[in-house]
Design a protein around this ligand. Structure first.
Ligand code: NAD
Ligand code: TYD
Length: 335
């Protein structure tokens, strides 16, 4: 059956990949993108896709309410957020405004208009740090223990969403995913940043000793998981999403340099990120058991496709990089 879906933050990296995937599976669904187009939002990410667009800020209560009043969505998916840990260390305030207040505005309107399903896109970072030398994984019942302002704002939003289920019986769902890679990722995040730097023969700055571990998942696998939770997830539940593809940051840098035919001498070690979590890794058994989801896109193949995409879209990358120049300078200053 056709559905009307309001997608907050749909012009960003994961939102736009989710929209492409959803349109392939459900060409008849009506998709309404609500996005204020920050430095990370870009309508070029949605070129060739059919959708309605509202230029709006989720932290603007009236704009959110008007979008619900006009379009009466049945489903809501919230991708909208400030998403970069390093930016949150330099300036946490906007993270509180967008990620927490913005989410609460969406929840209020979702409640008022009695949406059928509200899905919050959360993150593994809400769980905190698994640390070195552990074989542990984050499970859905692992206590939230965020360390940086980005993670704290996502955890606050995540708990707010849960509270609307407990208090008002709003039909919510929450997904918490590991690090994504793939086309349309803003090139200040690790993988596209390092591709871009290597192509320009610039150093690849690894924070600290470079041995921090992340679990990398291809963005289209995340999109598949989100759609299955949106359609079939049990109301009130949290679902972890992960790739069982753990790599240190040094390994990522070396893989990219080798594939791009560049020297490993480009790797440099710089002063560590503050509160730099050592390891994230997900137990994603629940979504496998309940919804039959497992990753389909192997890293070895899709990292090549990702590199290829960035090589074929240099103009897109350069336009993004221009928007981030001030940030690059501030972030790398005195390190
Ligand atoms: P992104 O930074 O690429 O995109 C964020 C989008 O939100 C942009 O289109 C931006 O314009 C929009 N936005 C920001 N502030 C807004 C506001 N106030 N009102 C309306 N729109 C606003 O982010 P992403 O990597 O696509 O992440 C999407 C979601 O997934 C986020 O909630 C993030 O926390 C979560 N997540 C990301 C990852 C990852 O690896 N990238 C992993 C797990 C979870
Ligand atoms: P990032 O893409 O910012 O994702 P997150 O911190 O949300 O996991 O960074 C991924 C990892 O790469 C993280 O451990 C920080 C590290 N990193 C660097 O070492 N150098 C860099 O220039 C960047 C952007 C990240």
């Amino acid at each position: 059956m056709s559905k009307k879906v309001l997608i907050a933050g749909g012009a960003g990296f994961i939102g736009s990949n989710f929209i492409r995937h959803t349109k392939e599976v459900h060409p008849d669904w009506e998709l309404i993108v609500f996005d204020v187009l920050t430095y990370a939002g870009n309508l070029e990410n949605l070129e060739g896709v059919e959708y309605k667009f509202i230029n709006g800020d989720i932290a603007d209560e009236k704009a959110v309410e008007q979008a619900f009043e006009t379009h009466k969505p049945e489903y809501v998916v919230n991708f909208a957020a400030e998403t970069h840990v390093d930016r949150s260390i330099l300036g946490p305030k906007v993270f509180l405004r967008t990620n927490v207040e913005g989410t609460q505005n969406l929840l209020e309107s979702a409640k008022k208009h009695k949406v059928e399903r509200y899905l919050q896109i959360s993150t593994d970072e809400v769980y905190g740090d698994l640390g070195d030398n552990s074989n542990d994984f984050f499970r859905e019942d692992t206590p939230l223990d965020p360390n940086c302002p980005y993670a704290a704002s996502k955890a606050a939003a995540d708990i707010f969403v849960r509270s609307y289920y407990e208090t008002y019986k709003l039909p919510i769902l929450i997904t918490r995913c590991t690090n994504n890679y793939g086309p349309y990722q803003f090139p200040e995040k690790l993988i596209p940043f390092f591709i871009f730097r290597a192509l320009n023969n610039e150093t690849l700055p690894l924070y600290g000793d470079g041995k921090n571990i992340r679990d990398w998942l291809f963005v289209r696998d995340h999109a598949r998981a989100i759609l299955s939770v949106l359609e079939r997830g049990a109301i009130g539940e949290v679902y972890n999403i992960g790739g069982h593809n753990e790599k240190t940051n040094i390994e990522i840098a070396e893989i990219l340099l080798e594939k791009l035919g560049k020297s490993k001498d480009l790797i440099t070690f710089i002063k560590d990120r503050k509160a730099h979590d050592r390891r994230y890794a997900m137990d994603a058994l629940k979504i496998k058991k309940e919804l039959g989801w497992t990753p389909e896109f192997p890293f070895e193949v899709w990292i090549d496709e990702t590199i290829e995409w960035y090589l074929s879209n240099k103009k897109w990358v350069e336009n993004c990089a221009k928007k981030a120049e001030d940030f690059y300078q501030q972030n790398l200053q005195n390190r």
